[in-house]
Write a protein that binds this ligand. Structure first.
Ligand SMILES: CC(C)CCC[C@@H](C)CCC[C@@H](C)CCC[C@@H](C)CCOC[C@@H](COP(=O)(O)O[C@@H]1[C@H](O)[C@H](OP(=O)(O)O)[C@@H](O)[C@H](O)[C@H]1O)OCC[C@H](C)CCC[C@H](C)CCC[C@H](C)CCCC(C)C
Ligand SMILES: Nc1ccn([C@@H]2O[C@H](COP(=O)(O)O)[C@@H](O)[C@H]2O)c(=O)n1
Ligand SMILES: [Mg+2]
Ligand SMILES: [Mg+2]
Length: 191
């Protein structure tokens, strides 16, 4: 879903990215800013236990993630080094985004979710190493997972009792995505 939104999102992202590139801001700096914001998210949410602060910091960090690639392309610096930095720091950020959910849900389920959120991109990386395109494959890719996390934090802020069910749905959809990516790779390999 988010992958399909990617093209339309350019209309919002392009002018902001243009302004940043014009002012000499580098893509890697935005990538690092995203990481710093995710660390602040982790600390602030863990200490304050206020899910609204978490939702705001999550929005800012993930927005940096949506912007860095655009800045790299506009300034002509897009390349493997940046792609490696971006994807690898995404994994650090995913861990930081999801771990504090232990404050609200069963730790065993949160640790399962953290693990699954690392397995999903691992499967994409492995698929791509085997020459199989996995972008856009799976019901809940990173963009959707970030939006799910944001919705959960907002629902927690308003103390809705049904939030736990949204959390369960998040886990189930993440497991479905793992299965979808396994299927994708296995059905594309001769043996
Ligand atoms: C003017 C500004 C200062 C205003 C700031 C406003 C912000 C606070 C608003 C934030 C809005 C927030 C909700 C935005 C969330 C965006 C978030 C969903 C984007 C997350 O980025 C995901 C990114 C992932 O793709 P990428 O290829 O880089 O990474 C790959 C991924 O990790 C793979 O994992 P997996 O396999 O899928 O599990 C790995 O396998 C790969 O290795 C890895 O490379 O996708 C980015 C593209 C998105 C399509 C971009 C969406 C942009 C938003 C729609 C833009 C909307 C911004 C507006 C300002 C919104 C304003 C809303 C307002 C607050 C009402
Ligand atoms: N610091 C960076 C970040 C990203 N890139 C390039 O952008 C691609 C990812 O774009 P997104 O829109 O998904 O963020 C990535 O593959 C790199 O080519 C970069 O060069 N430097
Ligand atoms: Mg990015
Ligand atoms: Mg990133």
């Amino acid at each position: 879903m988010i992958t399909r939104l990617r093209r339309e999102s350019k209309r919002i992202l392009r002018p902001i990215a243009n302004a940043l590139a014009k002012n000499g801001i580098k893509a890697n700096e935005i990538t690092i800013l995203g990481l710093i914001l995710s660390i602040i998210y982790f600390i602030v949410l863990y200490i304050s236990k206020n899910p609204l602060y978490g939702a705001i910091l999550l929005a800012l960090s993930s927005f940096s993630d949506a912007l860095d690639g655009e800045v790299a392309r506009i300034s002509g610096t897009a390349g493997n080094k940046g792609a490696f930095l971006d994807s690898s720091l995404d994994r650090v950020e995913d861990t930081l985004f999801l771990s504090p959910l232990v404050l609200y849900f069963q730790p065993i389920l949160v640790s399962l979710l953290v693990g699954i959120s690392l397995i999903i991109p691992y499967l994409r990386a492995r698929a791509e190493a085997l020459g199989i395109k996995a972008e856009g494959r799976g019901i809940i890719e990173r963009g959707e997972r970030i939006i799910f996390t944001m919705i959960i934090l907002i629902l927690l802020f308003f103390n809705f009792t049904f939030t736990i069910y949204v959390f369960y749905i998040f886990i189930v959809l993440s497991i479905v995505t793992v299965i979808q990516r396994f299927q994708l790779v296995l059905s594309n390999l001769p043996k």
